[in-house]
Design a protein around this ligand. Structure first.
Ligand code: SF4
Length: 296
């Protein structure tokens, strides 16, 4: 088993993970809060920055790896998950974080999410869900609510949004949580729990876009409307109840861990590691595959 989340006693502070690069997000953007929560969660976990790889796609939120001292890869639109899976398989000892926006994850990269889930690669996937394409100046995104007027839907959206929570639960994700920077303590806790979960962990963060986002999806509304799953006494091992709650995405803001598999499946990276170990002890085959293609 890889030491992705050890040690338990941290010798690192939040600012150990803070790079010299200053974020260029708009003042008040929810992504600032997400970044702070990531710093704090990493400090609690205690892995050294050089033992962490942080991969993102494209978008405002995908700038986040550059603001940390971890190895960062601001990659290709919608392709953060396959790249992160490759990194984890190449070096399973790394703690691998993946981040992006709702468009990156559920439109351009939507086809990659089920495969990361079914393989159960040990990654923590953080989606900063602001229901808008912010970087390109405010077009409809896959999680925009029906009726939202944007530069690409001047008369209001005619589409129903993707439900990210139900999407990942439906595909069998073993860890699913939701948070908001309006609840910093809760946000740090779910990021830490996601990192500690062995397997694919999905964290949907309602991270308001103050410049192009819907006026009724800002931190002020989050503070007024958020409902703590812990305070509600939600049983996070109950997948069907989690799916019930997830159906209210867009109308209710439940924060905390919706689902954590009490008996997680083996991770893909552990299985690969075991297979390698078996092959090392097995007698090397006399007939190597490439030898079959040598000219006579
Ligand atoms: Fe944040 Fe929106 Fe500004 Fe992008 S455009 S940095 S998402 S507030």
């Amino acid at each position: 088993m890889s030491p992705a989340v050890a040690p338990t006693v941290s010798h690192h502070a939040s600012n150990d993970y803070q790079s010299a690069l200053k974020p260029i997000w708009c003042p008040g953007c929810g992504d600032f809060g997400v970044l702070t929560a990531v710093y704090r969660a990493l400090a609690t976990i205690g892995r050294a920055p050089h033992e962490i790889a942080f991969v993102s796609g494209i978008g405002c939120s995908s700038r986040i790896p550059g603001y940390t001292t971890a190895y960062g890869f601001n990659s290709v639109h919608g392709r953060a998950l396959p790249i992160a899976q490759g990194i984890k398989l190449a070096n399973p000892d790394l703690l691998v974080l993946v981040a992006g926006g709702d468009g990156d994850g559920f439109s351009i990269g939507g086809g990659h999410v089920p495969h990361a889930i079914r393989r159960n690669v040990d990654l923590t996937y953080i989606v900063m869900d602001n229901q808008i394409y912010g970087l390109t100046k405010g077009q409809l995104s896959p999680t925009s609510k029906r009726g939202l007027a944007t530069v690409s839907s001047a008369y209001g959206s005619l589409e129903d949004p993707v439900n990210p929570l139900l999407y990942v639960l439906g595909y069998g994700a073993g860890f699913v949580a939701q948070g908001t920077p309006a609840d910093m303590g809760g946000l740090v806790a779910i990021i830490e729990a996601g990192i500690r979960y062995r397997g694919f962990a999905f964290i949907n963060i309602q991270s308001p876009c103050v410049t192009f986002g819907s006026p009724d999806a800002q931190l002020k509304q989050h503070k007024l409307g958020m409902k703590s799953l812990e305070k509600m006494g939600h049983d996070s091992t109950d997948r069907l109840r989690a799916m019930d709650l997830a159906q209210t995405y867009g109308t209710e803001l439940y924060t905390g861990i919706l689902y954590r598999d009490p008996a997680p499946r083996p991770t893909y990276d552990d299985q690969v590691r075991e297979r390698h170990a078996q092959l090392r002890v097995a007698a090397l085959p006399k007939d190597r595959i490439l030898d079959r293609f040598k000219p006579e």
